[in-house]
Write a protein that binds this ligand. Structure first.
Ligand SMILES: Cc1ncc(COP(=O)(O)O)c(C=O)c1O
Length: 397
């Protein structure tokens, strides 16, 4: 039997415009962070309705810098959902702090707000709500829990300082996502985004930090560039060629290149169209699967606009004809790529061993790890592809 073309789990949607955009840095000779990155940042800030957007090399480095800017260091604890990409937790380790996991809500795959209170301690310095697969975490409810906690500790025990828990959004998957009328990126103190090729808009690798706070923005700006007080571009344009930057802090080279900035700028102009297209087909999937008793389709709560980085199903193996893994193998044979949603970080060897965590300590994260299935939803797919995916899933009996 002849198999249809292979439908990838994700595929960047790029073409002539992105190709042409690369000519600008190539022919100008300005390759590292420069005018293209600045234009990319400006548009990103506009779209996400934030005062500042600061481009970096990827979202993992964005998370690292966000935690540094929030003052996270050894002895501190940072709350993180147990079901996320490993680097959300790794970034906490880069700062010498301790990740404290909280289970997720299986309806949204996001942090279960009801369980945050029990994870808060006097050492909690920050929380990283992840907007997983493009759906914003319930930031208002998280704020309420933190507020209550701050009130509870208004008179802190001797030797401790009053509490202010920073909210760092992991919006790696959530460019363009909206929460109760407000775009991701301005919902907490600092937002972090990814432009990895599995995201809606891509620059190959790439990341963005967002904030409405001028001082934090300036700190992040310097941290990404070795801690330098002024950028190469400023020095290049400046009148005093003998001036070297001042270095008042230990920084990193986490800059984005102007080649990436040029591509990102073109991609970003297409973001809304990309999401609308994904939304249309996500609705189609959800309608088509609504009658299948062993499929739980993704939930978008009232007032949220999903960014649809991924479309992730949950398989109820007590009702399904075959296991999730067999289903994934079958679909692979039919020319359809699938992936588990992401992983339960607390079950990964490093975390399980070093923090002595059992898989069942976060049961929903464990279920999501073992029973979730991402199916293809991207902007290179055509009507036939979406219909083919539905047809093949319906054939599983
Ligand atoms: C939730 C989440 N956080 C962080 C990251 C890291 O992003 P990057 O690959 O840009 O470092 C990813 C990437 O897939 C992610 O899905």
């Amino acid at each position: 039997m002849e198999t249809k073309k292979y439908i990838q789990i994700s595929q960047p949607c790029m073409g002539q415009e992105e190709w042409e955009a690369c000519r600008i840095p190539i022919f100008s000779g300005w390759m590292t962070q420069g005018p293209q990155v600045a234009a990319f940042e400006k548009l990103f800030a506009e779209i996400h309705q934030v005062k500042h957007a600061i481009a970096v090399s990827n979202c993992t480095t964005a998370l690292h810098l966000a935690l540094v800017a929030a003052g996270v260091g050894p002895g501190d604890e940072v709350i993180v959902p147990a079901f996320t990409w490993v680097s959300t937790a790794n970034a906490i380790l880069y700062c010498g702090a301790k990740p404290v996991f909280v289970d997720i809500d299986l309806n949204t795959f996001n942090i279960d707000v009801k369980q945050i209170k029990q994870a808060l301690t006097l050492k909690t310095k920050a929380i990283i709500p992840v907007h997983l697969f493009g759906l914003c975490a319930d930031i208002d409810a998280i704020n309420d829990v933190l507020q209550e906690h701050a009130l509870a500790y208004r008179v802190p025990p001797p030797g401790t300082t009053p509490m202010r828990v920073a909210i760092i959004e992991d919006g790696a998957c959530a460019s363009g996502a909206i929460y109760k009328g407000r775009p991701a990126g301005g919902l907490g103190d600092i937002g972090c985004f990814s432009f990895h090729p599995r995201k809606s808009v891509t620059t190959g690798e790439g990341g963005m930090l967002t904030t409405n706070d001028d001082q934090i923005a300036e700190h992040l700006n310097q941290l990404r560039n070795h801690g330098a007080s002024i950028s190469e571009e400023q020095r290049h344009k400046g009148p005093k060629p003998y001036i070297l930057p001042e270095f008042k802090m230990v920084g990193y080279n986490y800059r984005m290149t102007d080649l990436q900035g040029a591509v990102g700028l073109v991609q970003l102009k297409k973001l809304r169209g990309f999401i609308d297209y994904r939304n249309k087909w996500a609705q189609y999937f959800s309608e088509q699967f609504s009658e299948i008793p062993w499929i739980k389709t993704p939930v978008t709560p009232q007032g949220y606009q999903h960014g649809w980085q991924s479309y992730v199903l949950l398989i109820d193996e007590s009702k399904s004809p075959v296991s999730r893994n067999d289903m994934m193998e079958y679909l692979q044979q039919q020319g359809i790529a699938t992936r588990p949603g992401t992983h339960a970080v607390h079950m990964l060897e490093y975390y399980a061993k070093n923090y002595n965590i059992r898989p069942e300590d976060y049961p929903n994260a464990k279920t999501a790890d073992q029973k979730s299935m991402t199916i293809p939803l991207h902007n290179m797919m055509e009507e036939d592809d979406f219909k083919y995916v539905v047809e093949k899933i319906k054939e599983i009996k």
